[in-house]
Ligand binder design. Structure first.
Ligand code: CA
Length: 373
């Protein structure tokens, strides 16, 4: 590179009088010692495939992936083009993790708790019953050890994880009977995946695994007595209010479910550093956008459900929640006692939650109790 006056150079960049092509020319022929932004110099373009666990263009989550692809394309000046595939379009939804590992796609979007069969620790990166809220989970991820632990775990699978959105607190679900005591959960066949399902089982219920597309008919035909899904916006779209009497809060089993973007580590490492930074920045933007969309849309649709659809909104009794929490502790204890890596992640999560809860109890909780009750 020609010797240049640094002060003049940066002033010119700030003033916009040096264009990108000029900067590229200044780089001249790529030299061995040039490590900065080699992609800009080589102009190498990447065409990536993004597989997802979401139905195509699924509200918020699929839409978020489409936006992520758009942002990456814009920021990279078209050097990375990402084609987004809904679940089943390139590979089945629940093969997203393996597809990215095996380079059938470069990246994917889903939720870590889908992969708990491969790594029990994974569940804690998405949702812990009676766990942290979205704000606390994000703090654990980005300013605590959460993401570091997640990266360590996924490195074992040749993957790089990024927080890719958060649903915020979910709803407790749709029921055709009132839940006044724990006895009302006995014998209840409910669609509830993950740790929540295991807790329900301990309470005498039967968790049933149904994919999103089968829940409505399952509930309508009595294959299940109750279901959880996400929150007011998605639940409204699914039409559960047409076939279930009671809508219960809160989603004790998913208090702030974190979603993920996963990238094949080899593919990610091959990118020049500026494109890696673009991916990281777009992922962070998606993380923020998804949570904002959930918060904004859920409040609109909860109001719609109550005012227009006359939905019976209920709260689980305190003693029911207290007992579900006891069962939760039992379920988690069994997982961490049998898996060292899950133990390490959960202990870190729990310690963060404890500190964070003290702060929340001493601040926001007082505000909410006083202003909203
Ligand atoms: Ca859910």
């Amino acid at each position: 590179m020609k010797k240049i006056n640094r002060k003049k150079f940066f002033t010119a960049i700030a003033a916009g009088t040096i264009s990108l092509p000029f900067l590229i020319r200044m780089g001249g022929k790529p030299q061995a010692q040039t490590t900065e932004a080699p992609g800009i110099i080589s102009g190498k373009r990447y065409q990536w495939r993004m597989v997802t666990t979401w139905p195509p263009n699924f509200p918020v989550l699929g839409e978020g992936c489409n936006l992520f692809a758009k942002w990456v394309n814009e920021m990279s000046g078209g050097r990375i083009e990402i084609k987004v595939y809904g679940g089943g379009e390139l590979v089945p939804a629940l093969e997203t993790f393996d597809a990215v590992r095996n380079e059938a796609a470069e990246l994917g979007s889903g939720a870590a708790y889908y992969w708990q069969g491969k790594a029990p620790a994974a569940t804690f990166f998405t949702a812990v019953p009676f766990g942290m809220n979205a704000q606390q989970v994000n703090a654990w991820m980005l300013s605590g050890d959460g993401l570091k632990l997640w990266e360590e775990k996924y490195a074992e699978f040749g993957l790089v994880p990024f927080p890719g959105g958060n649903t915020g607190v979910q709803m407790g679900g749709w029921f055709n009977r009132e839940i006044n005591s724990l006895a009302d959960l006995r014998g209840l066949k409910m669609r509830m995946p993950g740790l929540g399902g295991q807790v329900l089982e301990r309470a005498g219920g039967t968790p049933v695994l149904l994919s999103g597309g089968d829940i409505y008919t399952g509930l309508e035909r009595g294959v299940i007595d109750a279901t959880e899904w996400i929150g007011p916006y998605h639940d409204y779209i699914m039409g559960f209010h047409q076939i279930a009497k009671y809508y219960y809060a809160p989603g004790w089993h998913e208090t702030g479910s974190e979603l993920e973007i996963i990238i094949n580590k080899k593919k990610y490492d091959e990118l020049p550093s500026d494109l890696q930074a673009i991916i990281r920045t777009a992922a962070l933007r998606m993380n923020h956008w998804v949570l904002s969309e959930f918060e904004a849309k859920n409040s609109i649709y909860l109001e719609k459900l109550i005012r227009e659809e006359n939905v019976n909104l209920r709260q689980f009794p305190k003693d029911v929640l207290a007992q579900l929490k006891v069962y939760t502790d039992e379920v988690i204890r069994e997982i961490v006692e049998s898996n060292e890596s899950a133990k390490k992640v959960y202990e870190n999560y729990k310690a963060f939650q404890k500190r964070s809860s003290l702060w929340a109890r001493s601040s926001e909780k007082i505000f909410y109790d006083e202003m909203l009750s």
